[in-house]
Design a protein around this ligand. Structure first.
Ligand code: GTP
Ligand code: MG
Length: 645
């Protein structure tokens, strides 16, 4: 027990760092990984037979509080796409240059790739030092330093080593430790993302996928989403560096045992991620950078696109320019052949079609980009904000472009920001009146100016409606909302309306919206007509006249007469008992009183004939009236009779 606790404590403080090899074929990358870790990273039969690395290999070393995960890549030019899958997620580059060959094409290509992927630190190993004399070694060192001048490896240690004699290995390890010491721990509390580089079945376990954990953490029992398929799966267990762990954290080689899926359904390039956070995409806006060594790139060029462990084809649209010179950089829209999961800030590499060659790379700015449109003149400014702005500027700009409003889940998918970060940023923008929070949960943001516009439109609509319908007490809330069109979402409408109610410019009694203080004002002839209608029904008792007849006798036209009737019905002076029959409130009150009297003297049962006799009305009126009384719970039907309640 004490030992497990001790090792748990040790692993809690243990730093995880991914070292990625890079370099030309046969320069001794795999041999060096074996010399450092004791594990030869080549695992395929074909690799062993041919003596070259074909696919990624892995090995581990735990030393002095650091857990190194080695990702060993193939140097062969035909396997650069495999190298790319391994290069994503490395913390420290181990650039391997054979002392007997010095810098070769894939030394340059791998180094370019690491630079474009944003790797920030590394160590240079001059391998096979046992094969050259000290002058040659010095010359190669100078060549390496010259080549790396001005790059992120400018001041990196250059360590001569021999995997054969083990010369220099201790110094190399020291340099790796020093580089590891400068890595900043990635935040394990962010969303989980694991680009998958392998999927296989393990006896007794089922499907296992592996990758370098680039963000968040994962543990048994977690629900994860597999992209781009979108399937949600449960994690059965997690291994890191070859042993079971409770949770794997960023910077660790990670194997995830998945329930509910065949390993054959999972491929390199897919991504496991926190569920319900991200969206797959086929179109991204990026900062694209071309290597100085290549050709110029024209509008519409098709390239191989690599990001994380994924690989697809992209068609390049350059924003605001027709071509991109070697060494240049531009905002570009990439249309991808396959859907992938990629988020803002992710790096990518592009390679030329033929000859297949790395020509550039860059960073994703908008992972859910629209297609390029001539009308979209604000896009370049928007991309500049995404590239350089702080959170507030980015969220404001994003809201500005979301005509329909910007929902919380869309912000997450576009930025990978955490809930709290989004809420705090939104609140600051709302305080500064730059955006309007039209719904708090779920959070929905709308540009302040849209809310102002909608308020204006609401006032206009209500005003126009009341002018056109002076006899109606107001506009139906739902009619008002739909009159604004589909581009105004319900939350925006509600917020705008609430603002107007709070300013006491509008009132909203019941289902209606009306101008504050507005009353239905009747013209003298209307007031007279209204009195006529009421009197016609009041005077008739239960022997009510037909509605048509009453309205026809009035001195005003039918439409206005109908409105007056509506007002009387709304104010409950008249009551509609059936589509055809309207009674005055007084007549109904008297009827109810008479029934109560009957119940007292004669008992609570009454038949239809007796009811007719009691009220002096015909069957034509009696039946709808009784049905009305049933609905009002004054009576209840019992066979052919009624029970007075
Ligand atoms: N003498 C000597 N031979 C070495 C040294 N390192 C590697 N070799 C030999 O060089 C050959 C290539 O080594 P690998 O480690 O497979 O080279 P690699 O860079 O991994 O090659 P790829 O993965 O195919 O790109 C093997 O025969 C090694 O035994 C070294 O330090 N000294
Ligand atoms: Mg190798």
């Amino acid at each position: 027990m004490p030992t497990t606790m001790a090792s748990a404590a040790a692993s809690a403080v243990m730093k995880s760092v991914i070292i990625g090899t890079a370099g030309h074929i046969d320069h001794g990358k795999s041999a060096l990984v074996e010399a450092l870790t004791g594990t030869h990273p080549d695992r395929l039969e074909e690799e062993k037979r041919r003596g070259i690395t074909i696919d990624l290999g892995f090995a581990f070393l735990e030393e002095d509080g650091v857990r190194f995960g080695f990702v060993d890549v193939p140097g062969h030019e035909r396997f650069v796409s495999n190298m790319l899958a391994g290069a994503a997620g490395i913390d420290v580059l181990l650039l391997v240059i054979a002392a007997d060959e010095s810098i070769k094409p894939q030394t340059r290509e791998h180094f370019d790739i690491c630079r474009l992927l944003g790797v920030q630190r590394g160590v240079v190993a001059l391998t096979k030092s046992d094969l050259v004399d000290s002058d040659t070694l010095e010359l190669v060192r100078l060549e390496a330093e010259e080549y790396l001048r001005g790059s992120f490896l400018e001041n990196a240690p250059v360590v001569p080593v021999s995997s054969k004699t083990r010369a220099g290995l201790e110094e190399l390890k020291k340099s790796l430790h020093a580089a590891a010491g400068t890595t900043t721990a990635k935040d394990a509390s962010r969303y989980f993302r694991l680009p998958i580089d392998r999927a296989f079945a393990m006896k007794g376990f089922g499907s296992v996928v592996t990758g370098t954990l680039i963000s968040g953490s994962v543990g048994a029992g977690d629900e994860v989403e597999l992209f781009p398929a979108g399937e949600r799966l449960r994690v059965r267990g997690v291994h890191s560096a070859g042993r079971a762990v409770e949770r794997a954290t960023p910077g660790q080689r990670t194997a995830v045992n998945l329930a509910g899926i065949e390993h054959t359904a999972v491929k390199r390039g897919m991504v496991l991620a926190s569920p319900r956070k991200f969206r797959k995409t086929r179109r991204v806006d990026v900062r694209l950078e071309l290597l100085a060594s290549g050709r110029k790139m024209k509008q519409g060029t098709r390239v191989h696109f690599h990001a994380g462990t994924a690989e697809t084809i992209a068609e390049v649209f350059l924003h605001g320019q027709k071509e991109l010179p070697p060494g240049g950089s531009a905002f570009a829209n990439l249309k991808l052949q396959d859907e992938i999961l990629i988020v803002a800030g992710d790096r990518f590499i592009v390679r030329q079609f033929s000859p297949v060659l790395t020509i550039g790379g860059g960073a994703v700015l908008d992972p859910l980009a629209r297609r390029p449109m001539l009308r979209d003149t604000g896009r370049i400014a928007y991309l500049e904000t995404l590239e350089r702005g702080n959170r507030e500027e980015i969220l404001a700009a994003m809201t500005e472009r979301a005509i329909l409003g910007l929902g919380h889940e869309e912000v997450v998918a576009r930025t990978a920001w955490m809930d709290q970060e989004i809420r705090e940023t939104a609140e600051r923008l709302a305080d500064a009146s730059r955006v309007k929070i039209v719904s708090v949960d779920p959070l929905v943001l709308v540009p302040e100016k849209i809310v102002v516009e909608v308020r204006k439109k609401i006032l206009e609509k209500v005003d126009n409606f009341q002018k056109a319908n002076p006899l109606l007490p107001g506009m139906l809330r739902e009619d008002l909302r739909t009159s604004l069109g589909k581009r105004v979402r319900a939350e925006t409408f509600r917020a705008a309306l609430e603002g107007l109610l709070a300013q006491k410019r509008l009132e909203a009694p019941g289902e209606l919206v009306k101008k504050a203080g507005s009353e239905v004002t009747l013209q003298p002839e209307e007031a007279k007509a209204k009195d006529h209608i009421e009197a016609a029904f009041a005077g008739a008792g239960l022997q009510v006249p037909s509605v048509k007849e009453v309205l026809a006798k009035l001195a005003i036209e039918a439409k206005r007469a109908e409105r007056l009737l509506q007002i009387l019905l709304r104010d409950k002076n008249l009551v509609r008992v059936s589509p055809e029959l309207i009674f005055h409130r007084e007549a109904l009150a008297q009827l109810k009183a008479r029934l109560a009297g009957y119940k007292e003297s004669k008992g609570d049962r009454i038949s239809v004939p007796i009811f007719k006799e009691l009220t002096g009305i015909t069957r034509k009126y009696a039946i709808p009236l009784l049905e009305y009384l049933d609905r009002e719970r004054v009576t209840r039907r019992a066979g052919d009779d009624r029970v007075i309640l």
